[in-house]
Write a protein that binds this ligand. Sequence first.
Ligand code: UTP
Length: 292
Amino acid sequence: MSAEFKPVRKAVIPVAGWGTRFLPATKAMPKEMLPIVDTPTIQYIVEEAVASGIEQICLVTSHTKKAIEDHFDRTLELEALLEKGGKTEYLEQIRAIADMAEVVSVRQKEAKGLGHAVLCAESFVGDEPFAVLLGDDVVYNEETPCTKQLIDVYNETGGSVLGVQTVPHENICKYGCVDGEKIGDRLYTVNDMIEKPSPDEAPTDVGVLGRYVITPAIFKKLRETKPGAGGEIQLTDALKALAKDEKMYAYDFIGRRYDVGDRLGFLEATVEFALRRDDLKDAFAQYLKTVC
Ligand code: UTP
C-alpha cells in the first residue's frame, strides 16, 4: 500500500505557543487549559480527535504546558479521595479522561512557529497521513466531528485536506487564505495559499480554520521551509510547497468554530456551550435575559 492510502490513525495537536492574545491569564497557565464551562479547551479537541477515529495523539508541548500532559494522566490521590467519598460520577469522569486515547507528548524547545511545532512530531507520525488540530480552535458538530469530515474527504481523494470556512472579507487577514477552484458542494482544490493576506490582496474569503489532514510528505517541505512572518516556520508555507507536488483539497466543514485563544471567541464558546448543557441552560438563559 502506498503511503498516500494508509488510514489516518494519528493526530498532532500543537499546544506550545505563548498565547499572548490571552495575557495575563496565560502568564503561568496554558491557554489550552482555559475551561469552557467546566472542561478544558484541550479536552474538547482530544474528544473530537477520538470521535473521529484517531487512535494515537501527540501533543506538541513546551516546558510551560505540563498541566496539559497531567490532564490526560491518572491522578491516583484524587481518585482515592473520590472513591472514599463515594463520588462515583466524578471518579468515572476523571478516569475516562486518562483512558480516552493513547496520548504522548513531544517538546518544542522554542516556539518557532506552527510549522516547526508540526515538524517536532515527525518521528511520532512516521510515514502515515495524519490529522492536525490546533490546540485553541474548538469546533462544535454534534453529528460528524470536523476531523472526521476531513478524514472522509482524504479517504475519497487521497490528498491532503485543509479545513476551511468562508469568513467575512474584512477578517481574512487573520487566516491562511486558500486560492483554488470550487469542485464540489463544499470542496475546493488548493492551487496556492497566502498567510494572513490584507483584504485587498486576498484571492478568496476561504480561510483555513485549525484543522488539517496532511500526507507525510509535508515533513520534507517543513525542513526546507525558511522562517517567514515573525521569524516563525509557517505551516502555510510548507503546505503551499506541498500543493505544487501533490493534489491538495480544502473542505468547507460543517460546524460552529470558536477561536478560544481570542477573548471574544472564548466568551462566545463559554456562552454557547453553557446554553447547550441540560444542567445549566434554563438558569443561564434566564440570567442572560436579566443582564442583557
Ligand atoms: P497561535 O498563533 O494561535 O498560538 O497558534 P499562540 O502563538 O500561542 O497565540 P498568540 O497569537 O500568541 O495569542 C496556533 C496553535 O499552534 C500552537 C499554539 O499553541 C496554538 O495551539 N503553536 C504555535 C505551537 O505549538 N508552537 C508555536 O511555535 C506556535
